[in-house]
Design a protein around this ligand. Structure first.
Ligand SMILES: [Zn+2]
Length: 276
């Protein structure tokens, strides 16, 4: 799909939904590598740029020679697993991502915030909170590739220990001030005009507060973190990899509860949390 002249979006498997993503091809550069291994093999060029190291964006990176990423050096399944889950889930995580996405280890060079390529012009802008290394890209001053500010109805993901929903909330706001014509999403319908993108960005960001309110409402009666996760205020359904999705939901719930506790809206009582 041509976004504007010279910039194409290639839709990932399963319409780019997790564990795949939509990728962008601009000139001889590909941005993100999670469209599915067979698709990535077809669009392979020498040069790849990664928005961040989540497997649904980096799974096909091993097919490329030259990789620019927010982190440099050797990236292995183990280094990623240890970053994204707790030690007890490392093997489960590795099994799931290799089977689901075809991820393998790869080596990359680090890029810094700002212009990372001049021809075509690609500017890397950190939007933290989703992960510590998440970036969006402004391409040729016209196209904004939003990475995991993906505008899906699910909303923002912050299920890794390093994530921070409230930082993500602030960072997402930055996108509203950018000058762009077209927005490209990594996981939904790929292309949005500016006006639609702006309203969807606001909706997407508001999900964080909606989840907080939902969790607070559950705490009219005392509940442990596990009891909240069982009620699943964030995912609702977990049709696959339940153990891992439960972990992600637990991390997300804990981050909300910590903040509510700091604000005095929730207090802990005998290992359970209750509205103050
Ligand atoms: Zn991600």
């Amino acid at each position: 799909m041509e976004v504007i002249k010279g910039i194409k979006v290639i839709e990932g498997l399963n319409r780019g939904k997790f564990p795949y993503c939509n990728v962008v091809k601009v000139g001889k550069v590909v941005i993100d590598a999670g469209a599915g291994i067979d698709i990535m093999k077809k669009i392979r060029t020498n040069k790849l740029i990664l928005s961040h190291l989540h497997p649904d964006h980096s799974s096909g990176a091993w097919l490329f020679k030259e990789i620019l990423a927010p982190e440099g050096g050797k990236i292995t399944l183990d280094s990623l697993a240890n970053r994204f889950v707790t030690p007890d889930l490392v093997e489960t995580w590795k099994k799931f991502v290799t089977a689901a996405t075809g991820l393998r280890g790869f080596e990359c060079e680090r890029y810094e915030e700002g212009v990372i390529m001049e021809e075509p012009e690609i500017i890397a802008i950190p939007i933290k909170g989703h992960t510590a290394d998440h970036h969006v890209f402004l391409i040729e001053q016209k196209v904004l590739f939003g990475g995991d500010v993906d505008l899906t109805p699910f909303g923002p993901f912050y299920g890794n220990p390093e994530a921070d929903p409230y930082l993500f909330e602030k960072e997402i706001d930055k996108l509203l001030n950018f000058d762009f014509e077209v927005f490209v999403s990594a996981h939904s319908k790929p292309i949005f005009g500016k006006e639609e993108a702006v309203s969807k960005i606001v909706k997407f960001k508001n999900k964080i507060k909606e989840r907080e309110d939902k969790i607070l409402a559950l705490l009219e009666e005392p509940k442990s973190i596990d009891e909240i996760v069982e009620l699943s205020p964030i995912y609702g359904k977990k049709p696959y990899a339940k153990e891992m999705l439960d972990f992600f939901e637990k991390v997300m719930v804990e981050k909300h509860i910590k903040k509510l506790e700091r604000e005095g809206k929730v207090r802990e009582e005998n290992g359970k949390y209750v509205k103050a």
